[in-house]
Design a protein around this ligand. Structure first.
Ligand code: HEC
Length: 293
């Protein structure tokens, strides 16, 4: 029993250590922002949980083998002989999972109809088949909850759209040789509805994680009020998007967005001014007063 307890201690200590590791990992993810995508993190987490479960299982089997050894030592010759004669656990399991009424009983199982000479037996389905069926029922419920009720994971369609959007952003960037007649000092906000919609789409896809879809702020500051850490107005906003803010989660987006896209997003951020969304973060930074922009 002592050994068993020791093992329990060891595995639980291991579990705690791994959980702590996982915790710091996901924390680092939310603060450091970019790098590994959330999806990859999810797969890594599942992978680790799977590995840990496997490890625990192996340890459990090992402990069981040890116990078996101890018990065998205590057994008398007679008991041992009796045990040997019994079918092994695997044979028993096999019989149990394949249990159905044998051929000899067919007479009783025969249904009394006859389809042009084809007769039907009323045997039950083998337990392994029924087991699989129950597993699919449970799986369906879990699937429904994850994908349709709580929507914790994206459906294929959404995943597809995300990937297409990312590919399009890359493509747009590849075409970034486009000649623009502005830089961060001379940029002006666009009022074109299509361009603003483009900015909004990108904002909601890439910026909302930290600034919230309505701009009210989460890990990143509120973008809807007149207080700015890095200055308000199209020029400063464009600069922050282009260069990022060093040593914060706000990265430089220059490699992912061409200047037109950056201007579209910056212009969209400008339109959030004064929208006062519910649950917005309190003012942060300094009051910015536009000088005839
Ligand atoms: C990983 C989180 C994260 C993402 C994603 C993110 N930001 Fe930020 N953003 C921040 C943080 C944190 C700050 C505050 C930086 C500082 O301390 O000055 C910030 C600051 C800003 C500011 C300046 C706010 C101010 O008060 O000066 C703007 C504008 C901004 N972000 C726009 C965007 C846009 C547009 C996107 C999408 C292209 C984006 N952010 C994506 C975290 C993020």
């Amino acid at each position: 029993m002592n050994i068993l307890r020791k093992f329990k201690h060891k595995t639980s200590a291991l579990m705690v250590a791994i959980l702590m590791l996982l915790g710091t990992k996901s924390y680092a993810q939310t603060t450091a922002g970019s790098g590994i995508s959330q999806e990859t993190m999810l797969y890594i987490t599942f992978g680790l949980v799977f590995l840990v479960s496997l490890l625990v299982l192996l340890v459990a089997i090992y402990v069981l083998q040890l116990l078996k050894g101890f018990i065998r030592k205590e057994m008398t010759e007679e008991q041992l002989a009796r045990q040997e004669a019994e079918p092994g656990w695997f044979a028993k399991l096999w019989a149990k999972w394949n249990d159905f009424r044998p051929m000899e009983e067919e007479e009783e199982l025969l249904l009394d109809h006859d389809y042009d000479g084809i007769k039907e037996l009323d045997n039950h389905l083998p337990p392994w088949w029924k087991g699989l069926f129950y597993v699919t029922v449970v799986y369906a419920v879990v699937y429904l909850l994850i994908f349709h009720v709580f929507k914790t994971a994206p459906l294929q369609e959404e995943q597809y759209e995300r990937e297409i959007a990312a590919a399009e952003a890359l493509k747009a960037n590849a075409e970034a040789d486009l000649v623009v007649d502005f830089d961060e000092n001379t940029v002006t906000a666009t009022t074109d509805a299509t361009e603003l919609a483009d900015g909004q789409k990108f904002f909601e896809a890439q910026c909302a994680v930290c600034h919230k879809a309505d701009g009210g702020g989460l890990a990143g500051p509120n973008l809807t009020d007149e207080y700015w850490r890095n200055g308000g107005g199209i020029s400063n906003i464009y600069k922050v998007i282009k260069n990022g803010v060093p040593n914060t989660a706000m990265i430089s987006w220059e490699s992912q967005l061409n200047p037109i896209r950056m201007r579209n997003v910056a212009s969209y951020v400008m339109t959030l001014q004064g929208t006062n969304p519910p649950g917005a973060l309190p003012p942060d930074g300094e009051l910015y007063e536009p000088e005839n922009e």
